[in-house]
Ligand binder design. Sequence first.
Ligand code: GDP
Length: 451
Amino acid sequence: MTNNRETIVAQATAIGRGSVGIIRVSGPNSKQIAQLITKKDLKPRHATYLPFYTNEDQVLDYGLAIFFPNPHSFTGEDVIEFQGHGGQVVLQALQEYIVSTGLARYAQPGEFSQQAFLNNKLDLVQAEAIADLINATSLQAAKGAINSLQGAFSDKVTSIVNDLIHLRTYLEAGMDFPDEEIDILADSFVQERLYSLQNKLQDIKESAHQGKILRDGISAVIVGKPNAGKSSLLNALSGEESAIVTEIAGTTRDTLKEFIQIDGLPLHIIDTAGLRDTEDKVELIGIERAYKAMEKADVVIVVSESNDFSQEISLLPESIFEKDIPKILITNKIDQQNLSPWFDKNNNIYNIGLSAQTLSGIEYLKSALKEIIGYNNSSEGTIIARQRHIQAISEALEYFNNASFYMRQGVSPELIADDLRMAQQKLSEITGKFTADDLLTKIFSTFCIGK
Ligand code: GDP
């Protein structure tokens, strides 16, 4: 963020063994570092195969070096990339040597992307889309990230901001020149524009909601007695697409979480198989954690071999009922009773009869899950989005609603102009035009090192 930028270095490829490993350097000393290591003046943007020298002219590795003079690089600064053999020892030694010269320091997580953002190579949404593309867990999520990276999301936001600027200019001109007698409050142009902006923003909120589901998935609690068919159901749901039925690292040992995908929709399952009445202290802590996780669930799935779900439901925490979290009651193994599948919906409760083994009725469950969270899996125009985007859009919508309200009430134009100014500021936070430094640091610090 300062003009006297330090030069940074990091491994751009994943840590571990691979056929190729890339060390990336960005900043004003990149050229000097390139000369020191290659003993050559590299032709810009050309891959040159040569030895990489470290101290005392030792050849550390052979590989490709590419020099990108500013501003035509990812970060907008001078960048040198060393593509060597992908062994961790060599890659680490190369970085250590670069840092030992005092010409560069190790990069912070996300610092390359942050520099690209600061040099206007990317806006904030696009920088976030890179991280989301790398972390995508489904093809749909990756497509959404690519669309956002190409500017699909930013363009939508920018288009609204431009319309908003136009409207504000019109309003403020009317306020500055009251003699011209534009009655702003009765002006149909202002009303129509305001209405159309509200609608557009509502549409973006919907796309962002879909984008967030793609990125973060939804969480479901699954309850059922042993042998009711919970595992079979998860396998049936995830199908061939991804049978990633694994415990997710980072979750507590005693809250079993599984992760599956349904037509690109990531679903985090909290398995409550371990819940039961107990006096055991350790087990109680586990149950407490499972309860906490359940309280944040988007949907509860109850599996039984019969139509009686009372025992399973009695294990659920009160809050699930207080918050009216949607519930899907599944009667499994209908094949054993020669029954046809069924689907019934009453308020927030779905009743489904299916067979996890023959898969008959499984589509009902998939549709119920998608309906509950309002997910549609057409990848057309999909974007990837985060909670902070939805938050900013919601707040901007609030300001629009206020402005509309003041219009209808015939309250002073100054108040309307003020709300529109605030709405614009909120929307600009999304692309990073008006984003506080500490928020930027927080966003980029969640990226990986070398990105
Ligand atoms: P969990 O303990 O609840 O995870 O239950 P499992 O998924 O391990 O299933 C228990 C047993 O029921 C296994 O032998 C499954 O093959 C069987 N099973 C599960 N679903 C069905 C079904 O829809 N029909 C039939 N006939 N058997 C099923």
